[in-house]
Write a protein that binds this ligand. Structure first.
Ligand code: SF4
Length: 205
């Protein structure tokens, strides 16, 4: 099979793969060692290891030390959702001198062992596939720089029903200049058309 090469990057790739146990969350369903061994056979992978809790200091230190020891220029963390720990691992690789955007996660917990606990063999195959996909994607990652963009502290809320009025007041309370837009001649939306509201039966306005 021909491996597609990244378009803008001719560097020799050195990928490190870390497969997290997460206690029994992952290791209770699949054997992380099997994913580690599988990853060793993937293109450009020069180091593959298991880690008990990748997000713990010990796990992060393991990755940071290996980046230097094995001269890694891509890191794959097969663990949980990016919503959980992408920032954690971007920070860790950055502390080891690697651009934070050269780290990629494979979600083998929420999208694998949590979802397929009833099918251990299937879960293991999926964990391997997710890890292989992350490794393949990492070949196309490039270093990125964070930029700061000034934000104008001004908001527009469209629709002056109860929700719009409430949102506009919340924004204004935070000191943000707010423009409330309504197509009708009056504000209040449907609420303004009611003469009584449950449970107090008060006038709605
Ligand atoms: S990195 Fe994610 S999967 Fe691994 S121990 Fe931490 S929370 Fe669990």
């Amino acid at each position: 099979m021909t491996q597609q090469q990244p378009e803008n990057n001719n560097e020799k790739l050195r990928v490190g793969v870390y497969v997290c146990h997460c206690g029994t969350n992952i290791a209770g369903v699949i054997d992380p060692k099997e994913v580690v061994e599988f990853a060793k056979g993937l293109p450009d992978v020069v180091h593959s290891a298991e880690t008990l809790y990748a997000c713990a200091d010990s796990g992060q230190n393991q990755i940071k030390e290996d980046i230097k020891k094995h001269n890694l220029n891509r890191v794959i963390v097969s663990a949980c959702s990016v919503r959980m720990h992408e920032a954690t691992f971007r920070g860790a690789v950055s502390e080891a001198g690697l651009n934070p955007f050269l780290m990629e996660m494979a979600n083998i917990r929420e999208q694998c062992t949590w979802a397929h606990g009833h099918d251990r063999e299937g879960a293991l195959e999926k964990a391997k596939d997710l890890t292989a996909s992350a490794v393949a994607k990492s070949r196309f990652l490039t270093s990125l720089d964070m930029i700061e963009v000034p934000v104008t502290q001004k908001a527009m809320v469209i629709g002056a029903g109860v929700a719009g009025i409430s949102a506009a007041l919340d924004l204004a309370d935070q000191g943000i200049q707010t423009i409330l837009v309504e197509k009708e001649p009056t504000i209040g939306g449907v609420m303004a058309q009611l003469n009584k509201t449950f449970p107090t039966m008060d006038c709605s306005i």
